[in-house]
Design a protein around this ligand. Structure first.
Ligand SMILES: Nc1ncnc2c1ncn2[C@@H]1O[C@H](COP(=O)(O)OP(=O)(O)OP(=O)(O)O)[C@@H](O)[C@H]1O
Ligand SMILES: [Mg+2]
Length: 398
């Protein structure tokens, strides 16, 4: 027969052959060493455990797998390899052809099924390349599907949050007035009663403290729900940072944190709601303070910039809303704490998500801040930095 050769394949292949029969091994080896086969790496082994060692060491594109090996028999061999390396194409190569076995290996993750002695070098090489392409497409589809599922889950979650948010603000309105009555009443009693009973005084001050805390939570909740009214004016973020630092100086000193300032003196003024943005800045600095070990430094930086061609200053999820050359003001708050683990990072902007509940965190700081930045058409992002710590960033269009 006049053998056709595959002419041009897109890339050289890295192939692992797992085969314990010496004759079969030689046959495959000679086929894959054919100059037309474009194999750049070929490793051959006769048992599964050494195959796993090689898989750890080299990045193979495809595995040609005999099912019956000294240390593993039947379709189990395929299952073991596919479980551990689901992104590498596997071609089963056996001595016995049965339709049923062939179909079974395909349903268990093999890309194809070859019967020894029934294929030529041309067929083997073609099957290898096609299987790799199929596997690539399969992996791409799987990744896209997983992303889709994740986006869907996030959408459902944000819809749920909207409903919960509406409910919470309704309750907050109702609770605010009785809370104010309790607060004024307790303050009045503390001032007027002046009893000598320590227990009564302690009880009264505990009531006042608890009421104040509840009132703060309710105020945050209402803020969260009524973000539409803005009182905008031109202001410098350097000034806002300075005012915010003064307001929380107590917490900074208590945690023995040193603030290192790196302000851009040519920062233009931005049209914003000073009180709201101050709230954001305070939230971010306090988060950094609480995440930092005592005695640490926190860096606060402001910059006036024109966005680069690649928009490298903008987090990936916001790039579509910005253009190269756009002028922006950036505020960065950089701490050297532990940073944020991946599973936590997904939730930090959700209302009531906190890892500091025991220490008095309500988990509203970042969700309120995100709302405030959204209505300013700005960006808030928190990313980890190496070797440790977090960078919280605010970006405003200038
Ligand atoms: N700089 C940071 N380093 C490490 N973790 C952080 C940092 N900033 C935020 N986080 C994580 O994000 C969570 C949510 O932050 P958020 O400000 O919304 O709430 P909180 O600080 O816990 O409570 P509060 O409502 O009092 O602000 C925190 O509990 C913490 O786990
Ligand atoms: Mg916070």
């Amino acid at each position: 027969m006049n053998e056709m050769k595959p002419t041009s394949f897109k890339y050289p292949l890295k192939v692992l052959v797992v085969e314990d029969n010496e004759v079969d091994k030689k046959v495959i080896e000679s086929m894959l060493k054919d100059p037309a086969s474009s194999v750049s790496l070929l490793k051959i082994t006769n048992n599964l455990s050494s195959a796993f060692k090689m898989l750890k060491e080299f990045a193979f594109d495809v595995i040609v797998l005999d099912l019956n090996l000294p240390d593993s028999k039947g379709v189990e061999t395929l299952v073991k390899v596919n479980d551990k390396y689901p992104n590498i194409a596997i071609i089963v190569n056996t001595g016995a052809y049965e339709d049923e076995l062939g179909l079974k290996t395909l349903s268990l993750g093999a890309q194809d099924f070859l019967v020894k002695g029934r294929y030529s070098s041309y067929v083997l090489n073609k099957v290898l390349h096609y299987c790799i392409e199929r596997k690539r497409a399969e992996v791409e589809i799987k990744t896209a599907y997983e992303k889709l599922k994740e986006t869907q889950a996030r959408l459902i979650q944000s819809e749920k949050l909207k409903v919960v948010g509406g409910l919470a603000s309704g309750i907050a309105h109702e609770v605010k007035n009785p809370l104010a009555t309790i607060l004024y009443g307790t303050t009045y009693l503390i001032e007027q009663l002046k009893v000598d009973d320590e227990k009564i005084n302690l009880a009264l001050s505990n009531i006042k403290e608890a009421t104040l805390k509840a009132n703060n939570i309710i105020t945050d909740l209402l803020d969260f729900a009524s973000m539409t009214k803005l009182n905008k004016q031109k202001a410098s973020l350097n000034d806002i940072l300075e005012r915010s630092l003064k307001l929380i100086n107590h917490a900074i000193e208590k945690n023995r944190i040193t603030i290192i300032k790196n302000y851009d003196v040519d920062l233009p003024k931005i049209n914003l709601d000073i009180n709201r943005v101050e709230q954001v800045v305070i939230n971010l600095i306090l988060n950094a303070v609480y995440a930092s070990p005592k005695g640490n430094e926190i860096n606060i930086k402001t910059e006036f910039k024109e966005l680069s061609e690649q928009l490298s200053e903008i987090p990936a999820e916001y790039k579509s809303k910005y253009k190269p050359g756009q002028k922006v003001v950036l505020v960065s708050i950089i701490d050297n704490g532990p940073g944020i683990p991946d599973e936590v990072a997904k939730q930090i902007f959700d209302p009531f998500f906190t890892t500091r509940r025991a220490k008095g965190g309500t988990g509203l700081g970042l969700s309120v801040s995100k709302n405030i930045m959204d209505i300013h058409k700005g960006i808030i992002s928190i990313k980890n930095k190496k070797p440790t710590g977090a960078i919280a960033k605010l970006i405003f269009k200038a």
